[in-house]
Design a protein around this ligand. Sequence first.
Ligand SMILES: O=C(CCC1CCCC1)NO
Ligand SMILES: [Zn+2]
Length: 370
Amino acid sequence: MATGYVFHPEYLWHDTGTSAGVLPADPTAGVQPAVHIENPEAKRRTHELIHLSGLLAELLVVEPRRATMTELLRVHTPAHVQHIRAQSDLRGGGDAGDGFSPVGHGSYDIARLAAGGLLALVTAVADGDITTGYALTRPPGHHATADTGMGFCLFNNLAIAARHARTVHGLARIAIVDWDAHHGNGTQTIFYADPTVLTISLHQANCFPPDSGWTHENGTAQGAGHALNVPLPPGSGHAAYLQTMHQVVIPALDRFGPDLILLANGVDANVFDPMARQMLTTATYRQMTRLLVDAADRLCHGRLIAAHEGGYSPFYTPYCVLAVLEELTGTTTRITDPYATIVAAYTSEPLQPHQQDVIDAAADLVPRIT
Ligand SMILES: O=C(CCC1CCCC1)NO
Ligand SMILES: [Zn+2]
């Protein structure tokens, strides 16, 4: 069972500029310049930990390629692709569409390489060269819709990969699980009327995008029943997420019967992350990933590909991703999470009734999956 790994130095060259955290800097308006929260640091440190842990030597390194225009247009409108390209051509760059999503000079080709990293993993899985894979890509993708970038995302990497899996490799039924702290609105919207793609998003309720990711958002037309959302309350931790996996995600995958499982692996629900208020630890990511690997083994010959999404703590993101990657490879951990004892007390909270209520509401929709 080989695990593919995609990383490329260009991913670190996507320039999100000196936005003050998440907003464009504007000293004239009192918005002091700062490093953008979506900067290379957490991804660079993640790649370095994967290397220094010795795990890199056990992975099949898969070279990314740039997604072609045809591949981009399977998901995005021509106007959106042209917009990204035009913003990227500007010496000072621009924005992907929502005012929160910097496009650096040259980011168009880097975003194509991010999407192409997922395409390369899908092809490697379809060809049987690997069973599981991880793309440590940047910029992220799960907020991007067909016609706009959003929330730091330029192109929807996983949606492009899903369409490629179906169109080119005949993998007809695709499940996309998204446990990034923020709603996978872009992916959901792209496939909202598509019965062949099941989207499942676990996220902090009403965090980003605002008023998005409610349980009643359950798909439409032919896709009715094939979008699940679990908007977990702020402060939700290990117990709530594991209960969601057992009561919603795994039963949904069992009913749907995917030919391929894609994972939007945002780790910004971790206890140290500045961009959300959830309480997950490396143990949570490890156990959630193990459940997905077991489901993939049961349902689709182990085929499971993860795309990196959010994760902004430069010191904790690496350990969360390492936990996911070790479970994808089926190896035991090499490096103990140095923060485990610090967080053990306040991340072992029991499941709360208001969290169970949210999980129950989502679980009630699982029987609608066909
Ligand atoms: O990690 C992210 C980005 C969230 C931010 C985008 C603008 C404010 C919140 N999405 O998954
Ligand atoms: Zn996020």
